[in-house]
Design a protein around this ligand. Structure first.
Ligand code: G4P
Length: 555
């Protein structure tokens, strides 16, 4: 072995494919990958848009496949009775398809109105995001939360303002809302001509193309008109004098207010290009997908505690960002979702499980193609593979070819819902504790013990559903029962200090509000945002953090 650029190289090399040098092959495979997630509030149109994207990518052939897939997938996977009863998909799954030469991995985030940490963690496995906003409702709560996670990681975000076939907020009002509520700069790429009943289409501001809207109809060649500019006389013929005048006025204002599009600003996550359309009418979605494949970054380097790991490194590395339990209750199996960060991943090869400090074989890894899972022989950076797991993996685990790497960016997020948790069946004390420990390790909920009172345990979650999932899995998998009691807490933040003494003194002085997470970190919890802010102001020596990774300070 020899060391090169901070990484270990072996003499053994990858096989060249189709006579191409192996480096070129690897580079091409990496450059082709595009791994992204759609972030939105429920009902904004995520499922509809996913379906259109999959149709364009040839991954499905009939409209409605994704929606019905939601239900049938739940029936097949049957990973929890609850999921079936509610007909919802609690999990984050992955869909793969190809478009214009790129191999796209789309991470689906939970479809239910509720929210879980799984959704946040899914964003650690993508290189960019597509944000869908409902033009009638504007920026909604869930979008704000997800966008904050993207901002924290500087993830590039493209924005699609949906449902322009309906009477909604004015486009300029929507842009203001995005800038204000999401603290992101924007750059309109297309611009709507009319809205609702008078929606005539969208105008591509840089390419001077007019896309004419026909509700419920497939696009005809004459619906795409290349113009010489906004003063092209055909504009009036195509959309009418008043809509043309309004568009000219809007475009002038946009040029004056918003800076020209900069790819660099998009890639560093500071500007989001904005598109308008109607997913249901498949209008503006092709333009969006074209821009996505043109702009969205290939797999990005990922920071680890030890160093920055680059996708083009020869040696494989990847991390587990999600564990999906009991896909099949008869086998009680679990699937660990592994995001590949560097090198080529091969089926049946032995890899190093860093936390467990042992070798594991990647037998029968699966890729997720549309709604199917199929066994694969190799995978590349950006890809997500499913590994059969018998309890070997935890969220955040790393697999490598021998190097000790701990990837950053898979933290726990500050919970917003808290419950005291107690064993409800004294005869099952042992099972209760085992379930509590294991389900917390798996990331189903966060468990905090009260400072100086280790027998008092509080569950912290970001969505109500996590509490139900925990209770149901405790019963079904561990034969134990728990009960919840309300607790006077609604905000929590991890705390640290440069001075250990000051941290300890703060903890002792606020013992009632201090909890300890599974890693032994202190968490300050309170009953209001106001009280949290006050604690921050009064204690300048204590640092407060929104995530367990303690990178970004709370504002
Ligand atoms: P979600 O996954 O983000 O929760 O949203 P989903 O795609 O399921 O869309 C939510 C509702 O909004 C659906 O109506 C869908 O048809 C509608 N919708 C999506 N895009 C558009 C659009 O561009 N224009 C209009 N007018 N509606 C749109 P639904 O009645 O809840 O469901 P369905 O019966 O139509 O399936």
């Amino acid at each position: 072995m020899k060391e090169q650029d901070g990484r270990m190289e072996t003499e053994e090399s990858m096989t060249a494919e189709n006579g191409r040098p192996e480096e070129t092959y690897a580079e091409e495979e990496i450059r082709r990958r595009l791994t992204f997630a759609i972030i939105s509030h429920p009902d904004a149109g995520k499922t509809t848009i996913t379906e259109k994207l999959l149709l364009f990518g040839g991954a499905i052939h009939i409209a409605g496949a994704v929606k019905s897939g939601k239900n049938s997938r739940a029936a097949v996977s049957d990973f929890m009775k609850m999921e079936q009863e509610r007909g919802i998909s609690i999990s984050t799954s992955v869909m793969g398809f190809s478009y214009k030469g790129r191999k796209i991995n789309l991470l689906d985030t939970p479809g239910h109105g509720d929210f879980s940490e799984d959704t946040y963690r899914g964003l650690s496995a993508v290189d960019s995001a597509l944000m869908v906003i409902d033009s009638v409702k504007g920026v909604e709560e869930r979008t704000k939360k997800l966008c904050a996670v993207c901002r924290m990681r500087s993830t590039p975000v493209l924005t699609f303002v949906n449902k322009f076939d309906r009477e909604g907020k004015e486009p300029i009002e929507l842009l203001d809302e995005i800038e204000r509520e999401l603290a992101m700069h924007i750059c309109p790429v297309t611009w709507p001509v009319g809205q609702g009943r008078s929606f005539k289409g969208v105008y591509h501001l840089t390419e001077n193309r007019l896309l004419l809207f026909q509700a419920g109809q497939n696009r005809r060649p004459e619906d795409v008109q290349a113009l010489s500019g906004l003063d092209d006389p055909r504009l009036v013929q195509l959309v009418g004098a008043s809509a043309a005048a309004r568009l000219q006025e809007d475009a002038e204002m946009i040029r004056a207010v918003y800076p020209a599009f900069s790819e660099e600003d998009y890639l560093n996550g500071s500007v989001t290009p904005v598109f308008f359309g109607s997913a249901l009418n498949n209008f503006g979605v092709a333009e969006l997908l074209d821009e996505l494949v043109r702009l969205a970054p290939p797999p990005l380097p990922k920071p680890a505690d030890e160093r920055l790991v680059r996708p083009e490194e020869r040696k494989f590395s990847g991390f587990v960002f999600k564990i999906h339990a009991n896909m099949n209750p008869r086998h009680r199996d679990r699937i660990a979702f592994l995001r590949i960060v560097s090198g080529r991943f091969l089926r049946n090869k032995m890899y190093y499980h860093v936390r467990a400090d042992k070798a594991v074989r990647a037998a029968n890894p699966t890729a997720f193609l549309s709604q199917e899972r199929e066994i694969i022989d190799e995978a590349w950076p950006g890809d997500i593979v499913g590994l059969h797991d018998t309890g070997m993996f935890k969220i955040g685990d790393t697999l490598t070819e021998g190097e000790c790497i701990h990837f950053k960016g898979i933290p726990s997020f500050a919970p917003q819902i808290f419950r005291l948790v107690m064993n409800a069946d004294p005869a099952k004390e042992k099972q209760f504790h085992k379930g509590l420990d294991q389900l917390a390790e798996e990331g189903v909920v966060q468990v905090f013990t009260k400072f100086r009172q280790p027998n008092v345990r509080v569950l912290g979650v970001v969505g109500q559903l996590q509490l139900e999932v925990f209770q149901s899995r405790l019963e079904n998998e561990y034969g134990a029962a728990c009960k919840y009691e309300p607790v006077d807490l609604s905000v929590a933040q991890w705390i640290s200090s440069k001075s250990r003494e000051k941290l300890q003194a703060f903890a002792e002085a606020n013992a009632r509000r201090i909890f300890v997470d599974v890693k032994g970190n202190y968490v300050f919890a309170s009953d209001s945002e106001w009280a949290m802010n006050r604690a921050r102001e009064k204690n300048p020596d204590i640092d407060f953090f929104e995530t367990s990774e303690m990178q970004k300070r709370a504002p």
